[in-house]
Design a protein around this ligand. Sequence first.
Ligand code: SF4
Length: 405
Amino acid sequence: MADSLGRSSSAEIDANQASSRETALTAFTRLYLHIPWCLSKCGYCAFFSAPGTAEQREETILLLLREMELAAKHYAGGPLTSVYLGGGTPSLLTPHQVQRLLERSKQLWSHQPTCEVTLEANPGTATAESLAGFHQAGINRLSLGIQSLNDRTLQLLERPHNAAQARTAYAEARAAGFRNISLDLICGLPYQSAEGWQHQLQQVIELAPEHLSIYSLSIEEGTPFSRRYSDDSPELPDDDQTAAMLELADQLLTTAGHEHYEIANFARPGHRSDHNSGYWLRDGYLGLGPSAHSLLLQGWGLRCSNPSDYQQWAARITADQLAHHDPEQLSRQQALAEQIFLGLRMADGISPQACRELYGAQAWQPHDKTIAELLKTGLLEERGRRVALTQRGMLLSNQVFVRFI
Ligand code: SF4
């Protein structure tokens, strides 16, 4: 077991590494870098993020550069097929800081020619000039957290921007040369009506982004929202109303030419998020920065995470040690369960035959019965040789996933 700084668990990781490096040609092909700093904290946010200064951001860059070097010594990885700068608000970085991170990742692991490089951005934190700088630094996909185009809603969410700033950021990103922009939207918000949500969707469709992520609000413990609202607060749409909002999103966005390719994600053809698809397909990824998670393809998979504590993370890196703690070496059955419930998130579903071949008939066998039961209840359907969630299954996906764990 790990102590609070994860020292003994690092020894476990080292032991795993020593035995698996001979067998694993590459432990990861995807890189996630967590930038924990924001302008201010939004009322609903449970991500590992906090308001930070320019000095803190630069310190984080120096630590991430060091952590990349430590990781490169420990794990065989690359060439990278995707890099994702998430947070927090990575658009608070300067283009030069982003460039330093990307150059180092290229030197250490090289990037595939088609490598998707995403930066999460929030309106009001990037200028026309910095957006052009990010593009020049090698960012080829921008994920813009607009959340809503209604000023009253944005105030309720305690977002540090308004709708006009969101529209400006989008237009400036286009002018800066971004041809692959994703927008985040939230539904199921306090006082949100079906008509209000429809209006939001129509406005977003007019903007014509390549990709959209649509989440329903979840009240997370420890957030200001959890002290203000509970799941059955009268200000919030109930489950049926929220489900109807998600169904409306499916209807309007697919009519507008988007593919509903994952429970919460829509894309124009050819614009699925490659990085996130890697998570759902169970590719190996290395997550660096405080709170970041990794899946390293050693054995059936090694899952580990960095502490959700900036000082603990920084102390480990400063001492030239990886901050990975809580390593969990997955069994064949656990890896297969993940392959199923992560794969079912996607509209393409899973191939029972491919799972059987990869994990063995014996490991697969109990899942045959579960799938047959879920097909009967109408939560799953067969599509050729694949099995996928039905539209109802997408709305009740947790009830499906729990059956495979
Ligand atoms: S901008 Fe995003 S990460 Fe930062 S506090 Fe708001 S929701 Fe959280």
